[in-house]
Design a binder for this molecule. Structure first.
Ligand code: ATP
Ligand code: MG
Length: 560
């Protein structure tokens, strides 16, 4: 683990900053934190932030905290707190004893808010939200002072305490920092520090009815924990002056610094928790872990190994400028990883019966098959072969096109690990569909080679009709039809109606009876698959993790 995430210090601008801080003695140690708000599941974008925060801490022998930014009880739930911990662990990171909650600091934060009030640097504002927003001004227009801005300290203190005591309804008043309504930075125009929310909190229950804003909680939480480098995404760049102002104006125990890096954006993917929540809520997907979702729980269920996500995060790197990463790059990382780690198996997704006419009735042979050609340590297994087999329906064409080299009447092909077979007849049903192929085999080709040196142009995968197991296959396509979902104004309109295809009549080789979730296997010629969470020995269900080749390139080439 350490080896896999270790990187050359200084290889990106964050690591350069940290290296310089250490070299100059500005930081004696490196302390970072990953600060999710527990209002949804973690997604692949969060993985980038997790790999960065835990990664740099590891590289410098420091530590990384997991801190829940639980300051908005209206949207936060225990389910999310649990899921986030599970997912960070699954990704391969460990916060040790350093699990924290911003809510642990509510008392301290409240005291610091009073400190600002007493110093004349915060005031209680009675303006209705609408009016307050209007008076904040805009990019080209200064803000205007609230009529409550010059309230005497004693009155502010009294009102703020009354807010805490629950004497006012939601929205009646807020506590604001007193900074500068003419600042060019809107975040410095007397930002809200506390708001009234009569809502039960997952951790503090009904103890509080005022809650700190993200801006008031975040930097001070960092300071309490001794965070040295507070790494966050670019949208917080404009908040940094406020972050620094609060640190300057409060008697905090340490002075963390905030640095911003670019969010991960992926094409054909949406990484907004608000939207992902909507998908779940409206039942457009089966849940947060529906394998089409970009969440870590979904990727796990789909069969993506955590190492592939870490590799991907590393290959994306950490930059200061926003960009959109091609989802094909993510799939490439998954394939690279699974190619080395997954067992090979044979499965027929859309079966077509193949009968070997000259093979003895009732005979069964065990053929040796290689478990992973990349690594002999995976060993071999035996697969049963008999007179009746299934091959892939698309591996047969009655009237082959010029570039089709697989099975057709009169043509000879190789059955993987087995024999050469020649198709003698295609049997049809009343509707004229091919339902069965009658073939002959050459017993001298056992193992896949002819003694006379004759060649065949195709090798097909297959399973024994008598020994294979029925299985359901879930094949996934991107959840969105366009690379920039929502660009037309409505995310939902861009949902791909064909993002899930379910095949219920597939057949798999007997060894797959033991398939377990989270352990991807390669179905030869078909892609990487993984037993679904709902799979049982009575009803096998597999998810296609990813195809064998870049299907995006194929789609682009065919103009589709
Ligand atoms: P939302 O999607 O609702 O805007 P969020 O994803 O920012 O919320 P948080 O729980 O606040 O939700 O995120 C925790 C941390 O993960 C933050 O430090 C945030 O900067 C980082 N993060 C979130 N999304 C991405 C992303 N796409 N790429 C990199 N880091 C991200
Ligand atoms: Mg956020």
């Amino acid at each position: 683990m350490t080896n896999e995430t270790a990187a050359e210090p200084g290889r990106d601008f964050i690591r350069s900053i940290i290296a310089a801080d250490i070299a100059a003695g500005r930081s004696a140690e490196v302390v970072t934190r990953f600060p999710p708000e527990p209002n949804g599941y973690l997604h692949i974008g969060h993985a980038k932030a997790i790999c960065l925060n835990f990664g740099v801490a590891q590289e410098y022998g420091g530590r990384c905290h997991l801190r829940f930014d639980d300051t908005n009880p209206t949207k936060e739930e225990q389910e999310y707190i649990d899921a986030i911990q599970r997912d960070v662990r699954w990704l391969g990171f460990d916060w040790g004893p350093h699990l924290y909650y911003a809510s642990d600091y509510f008392e301290q934060l409240y005291d610091w808010a009073e400190h600002l009030v007493r110093a004349g640097k915060a005031y209680v504002d009675d303006l209705p939200a609408e009016e307050m927003r209007a008076m904040r001004g805009g990019l080209t227009e200064h803000g205007r002072d609230s009529p409550y801005r010059d309230r005497p300290v004693a009155e502010n203190l009294d009102l703020f305490r009354s807010m805490r005591e629950g004497e006012f309804p939601n929205g009646a008043r807020v506590l604001r920092a007193k900074i500068d309504m003419t600042s060019g930075n809107i975040n410095m125009r007397d930002p809200v520090l506390y708001r009234i929310l009569h809502t039960e909190h997952p951790r503090t229950g009904t103890k509080w009815c005022i809650y700190p804003t993200y801006d008031f909680a975040h930097g001070q939480s960092d300071a309490i924990e001794g965070v040295t480098h507070s790494l966050c995404t670019l949208e917080f760049e404009d908040h940094r002056p406020l972050y620094d102002w609060l640190i300057e104006n409060l008697p905090v125990p340490s002075r963390p610094r905030q640095y911003e890096f670019a969010r991960l954006n992926l094409n054909f993917t949406v990484l907004s928790k608000r939207f992902l929540t909507e998908l779940v809520r409206q039942g457009r997907v089966s849940g947060w872990d529906d394998p089409r979702m970009p969440t870590l729980a979904a990727l796990r269920r789909r069969g993506v190994p955590p190492a592939a996500i870490r590799d991907f995060a590393r290959s994306v790197g950490v930059a200061r400028a926003n960009s959109v990463v091609d989802v094909a790059m993510f799939e490439h990382a998954i394939r690279e990883c699974l190619n080395k780690t997954s067992q090979r198996r044979m499965a027929v997704l859309r079966p077509l019966k193949l009968i070997i006419d000259n093979y003895p009735v009732g005979a069964v042979e065990e053929l040796d098959a290689v478990n992973n050609p990349e690594d002999p340590a995976f060993g071999t297994r035996r697969i049963p072969f008999g007179r009746e087999l299934y091959i892939e329906d698309e591996d047969f064409m009655e009237f082959p096109s010029r570039s089709f080299y697989r099975l057709s009447p009169g043509r000879e092909v190789r059955l993987r690990y087995g024999y050469f077979v020649t198709c003698r007849e295609a049997v049809k049903n009343a509707a004229g569909e091919v339902v069965e192929l009658v073939c002959t085999y050459d017993p001298a080709t056992r193992g896949g080679n002819a003694s006379d040196g004759r060649k065949v142009r195709a090798t097909l995968h297959w399973v024994s009709a008598a020994h294979s197991l029925p299985a359901e296959m879930r094949l996934y396509e991107p959840l969105f039809t366009r690379p920039d979902p929502g660009a037309g104004g409505d995310f939902m309109a861009d949902l791909n109606p064909h993002s899930l295809e379910t095949l219920t009549d597939s057949r798999v080789e007997p060894a797959l009876a033991a398939a377990v979730p989270e352990e991807a296997v390669q179905f030869e010629r078909q892609g990487y698959f993984c037993a679904d969470l709902d799979s049982t020995s009575k009803r096998l269900i597999f998810n296609r993790t990813v195809g064998l080749r870049d299907s995006w390139a194929k789609a682009r080439a065919s103009g589709g």
